[in-house]
Write a new protein. Structure first.
Length: 211
C-alpha cells in the first residue's frame, strides 16, 4: 500500500494543534510519511538573511536544514515516529510499523529538479517526495481554515496558502488534500482515512465530482 504523504506545517509549532496532529497521525491505521515544515527555524533564516547578507542559495540550503530541525522536534513527540533521511530509510521505518518523519536535506540539497527559491517551501518539497514515492495522496496540514474558500491547487497557491511552485511540483497522479484546525476538531483516533478538503486541478473537475 502506497503511503500517504503528510506535510505538517511549521505554522503549527507552538500551538496545541501541533501535538494533536502528531497524536492523530501516529494513530493512523495505514502507512504515512510526515514531511515537516520549517517552523520557527525557517522564519529565522528569513529574518537573518538581510542583516547577515547571505545569498539566496545559502538561504535555500538553510531553509531545508530548518525542516530537518523541525522534523527532529516532531519525531521525539511520539514513540511511533522515527526520522528518515532517504527512501531506503523511509521503507525501513514503514516496514517496522512505525511512521517516518522525513529529514529532507540529504536528498533535497543539490537536487537538480528543486529550484533555489523562496517560492518553493516544504509544500513543494512534500509534493516532490510524494512523486518519488508514487503516492496517491498528499495532505497539507495548515494552521488556517481559509483554504475552504478555494477549489483548485492553483487558487490555493495564488492565495498564498500554499507556495507558488506547488501546482508545478505536484504530480498529476497525486491527489492534494488540505486540513486545518476546524477539521482537526472533528477527527477521532485512530485515523483511518485521508482527512481534509480535496483540491482539484480544474474547477470543472470539482463540479463534476459534486454531481
Amino acid at each position: 500500500m502506497k503511503p500517504l504523504v503528510v506535510k505538517l506545517g511549521g505554522s503549527t509549532a507552538g500551538h496545541a494543534e501541533m501535538q494533536r496532529w502528531i497524536d492523530l497521525l501516529a494513530s493512523a491505521t495505514f502507512p504515512l510519511v510526515i514531511v515537516p515544515g520549517g517552523g520557527p527555524f525557517a522564519d529565522q533564516v528569513r529574518i537573518s538573511q538581510k542583516p547577515l547578507a547571505y545569498s539566496g542559495d545559502a538561504a535555500h540550503a538553510m531553509a531545508i536544514l530548518a525542516m530537518d530541525q523541525f522534523g527532529i522536534a516532531i519525531a521525539e513527540r511520539h514513540p511511533r515516529l522515527q526520522v528518515a533521511r532517504s527512501l531506503a530509510q523511509i521503507d525501513e521505518v514503514l516496514d517496522a510499523g512505525s511512521i517516518p518523519v522525513w529529514l529532507p536535506s540529504s536528498m533535497a540539497l543539490g537536487a537538480p529538479d528543486i529550484p533555489c527559491s523562496w517560492d518553493l517551501t516544504s509544500d513543494s518539497l512534500s509534493a516532490w517526495l510524494a512523486r518519488l514515492l508514487a503516492a496517491d495522496d498528499l495532505l497539507l496540514v495548515k494552521q488556517t481554515d481559509e483554504y475552504v474558500h478555494y477549489a483548485t491547487v492553483r487558487e490555493l497557491a495564488d492565495a498564498g496558502i500554499a507556495d507558488r511552485m506547488l501546482p508545478d511540483m505536484l504530480d498529476e497522479a497525486t491527489n492534494l488534500h488540505v486540513a486545518g484546525p476546524h477539521v482537526l476538531e472533528k477527527l477521532l483516533l485512530p485515523l483511518d482515512s485521508v482527512p481534509g478538503r480535496r483540491m482539484f486541478r480544474h474547477r470543472h473537475v470539482e463540479a463534476m465530482g459534486a454531481q
